[in-house]
Design a protein around this ligand. Structure first.
Ligand code: FFO
Ligand code: GTP
Ligand code: MG
Length: 459
């Protein structure tokens, strides 16, 4: 039997109201055990989707736990398609926890992360990409990524994937007819038809893939890493961009020991901005770990802002930075230009010939706007425009699309070479299956578990 699950669905902390919810057959019975209504005594006349006022109490000792509102939502027209009971109690940490404990003592099981949404998926209310969009919606950090998730929740991506898979199904049907009735002269027609449809599928997959890189950036933010030797002004830059004193700034080299991550919007472009420990060789263990981490985040960066100090001569540490950023998408800052300069922008440019070099005095707030302008330019000059087209924002979806692309390319190659239809059929089927993993139509139990395990509790 499928058990009844329960979880706290709101954030635990200082909040006005907290929600504890249950899903499954026993939800209403459990609620009846621990709830006493003022008018509606024991939820006998629990009306579907009506709020009832009353108290949660412990049936063992009769003690009142909290004053609440309670809602019963009857299967199948609910979030999970199962019976659901939601209890709206006072916020904070204690009430929600006490009520959850009572519910668990009365026969429910603690829900795994994402299990409510997993049930919605397993019971057919959502497809997998919509379930994933629920999570993206919660995690969205900008209006744009929010809009994309909402669109995917409403099924924009699912519809597109279905459309492509339907073309593939049609192709499979033609192949099967030709294999079953080889003598009726339909083979020629089949090859022509396969070619047209195969190309259509490839085109649609490519369109989606083209949105993927920008889509990821819109979802997660442009991964921007501030890099430089100690004391050049990296943390000052972070604070200047954020316009708040987020990171500690001192004149002691080695102030920042670990990486600091923050999110900021520059005219609609979301940045995940990372301040790092200054790169230098050091004996200090903590600082050394910080430096190693800094080097590691460089590998995953979309953009590096390399900071140099105009008031000190270029050192071997600076050379190391130059090597690190040479092959990367980067902007070079020459900072502290308000101090007596050891060298200028022209000199620095010789070392980083292909990079944009900006002169700044972060202490005086000079050059920050120019930096922001430059980031914007670099972002918008990059291929795909932000538009209302369907975006692929999820890495898993991108990987499935890449597999499907390979399948359809192989099928098309086979068609062009007139190889036997049953060989081509294998590729078309793989393509259909790989796309089906996006909507969850064809997917294994363990991949499902993995996807939902990354959800949050109570969703
Ligand atoms: N109190 C509360 N608020 C919430 C949620 C919730 O579970 N509880 N949601 C949880 O994420 C979101 C709303 N999402 C929901 C999605 C579907 C259904 C639902 O009952 N669907 C039925 C009936 C639809 C209808 O009446 O037309 C269905 O699809 O059959 C409910 C909530 C946000 N707000
Ligand atoms: N004169 C001048 N001082 C600056 C400028 N930018 C930063 N500073 C100062 O330089 C010192 C170091 O700044 P931080 O931002 O802590 O440097 P950092 O690169 O984060 O240093 P670590 O975390 O140690 O790697 C502080 O005293 C800042 O006030 C600038 O444009 N001009
Ligand atoms: Mg610092």
């Amino acid at each position: 039997m499928i058990d009844t699950i329960a979880a706290i669905s709101t954030a635990i902390g200082e909040s006005g109201i907290g929600i504890v919810r249950m899903s499954g057959k026993n939800s209403l019975d459990i609620a009846r055990n621990i709830f006493k209504g003022k008018v509606n005594e024991d939820l006998k006349e629990a009306e579907n989707r009506k709020l009832t006022y009353g108290h949660i109490y412990n049936p063992e000792d009769g003690k009142i736990v909290d004053e609440v509102l309670i809602a019963y939502m009857k299967s199948p027209y609910t979030y999970t398609r199962e019976d659901i009971v939601e209890i709206y109690c006072h916020g904070g940490a204690i009430s929600v926890k006490k009520i959850l404990e009572l519910i668990l003592e009365n026969g429910a099981r603690l829900a795994e992360p994402g299990e409510f949404t997993k049930r919605a998926f397993l019971n057919g209310r959502l497809d997998l990409s919509q379930a994933e969009a629920v999570m993206d919606l919660i995690r969205a950090k900008t209006d744009k990524s929010y809009d994309i998730s909402l669109g995917q929740l409403e099924g924009s991506l699912s519809d597109k994937i279905d459309e492509i898979r339907n073309i593939l199904l049609e192709m499979l049907a033609h192949v099967e007819v030709s294999i079953d009735f080889p003598d009726e002269g339909i083979e020629e027609v089949t090859y022509k038809d396969l070619k047209d449809n195969g190309n259509k599928v490839l085109l649609e997959i490519n369109k989606l893939l083209n949105t993927a890189d920008k889509g990821r950036i819109l979802r997660d933010g442009l991964n921007t890493v501030i890099l430089g030797k100690p004391n050049v002004g990296k943390s000052s830059l972070l604070n200047a961009i954020l316009r708040e004193n987020r990171a500690i700034v001192t004149d002691v080299p080695g102030t920042t020991r670990d990486i600091i991550e923050e999110y900021i919007n520059i005219d609609g472009i979301p940045l995940k901005i990372i301040d790092t420990a200054g790169i230098r060789s050091t004996e200090d263990l903590v600082e050394k770990i910080g430096v190693d981490r800094a080097k590691k985040v460089v590998e995953e960066a979309d953009l590096i802002i390399a900071v140099f100090d105009a008031s000190r001569k270029l050192s071997s540490e600076d050379e190391e930075i130059i090597e690190l950023v040479k092959e990367k998408n980067s902007i070079v800052l020459l900072n502290k230009t308000d101090l007596p300069n050891e060298y200028n922008v022209e000199y620095l440019k010789e070392f980083v010939p292909k990079k944009k070099v900006i002169s700044t005095s972060i202490a005086k707030g000079e050059g920050i706007e120019k930096l922001e302008e430059t980031i914007k330019e670099m972002f918008y000059s990059g291929e795909v425009e932000i538009s209302d087209e369907i975006m692929v924002t999820n890495i898993r979806h991108k990987n499935q699309l890449m597999k499907a692309k390979k399948n359809i390319e192989e099928a098309i190659e086979g068609i062009n070479l007139d190889i036997p239809l049953d060989c081509i059929e294998v590729d078309i089927r793989s393509c259909w299956e790989n796309l089906g993993e996006i909507s969850g139509d064809t997917i294994s139990e363990d991949i499902l578990d993995k996807i939902f395990s990354e959800f949050c509790i109570g969703k």
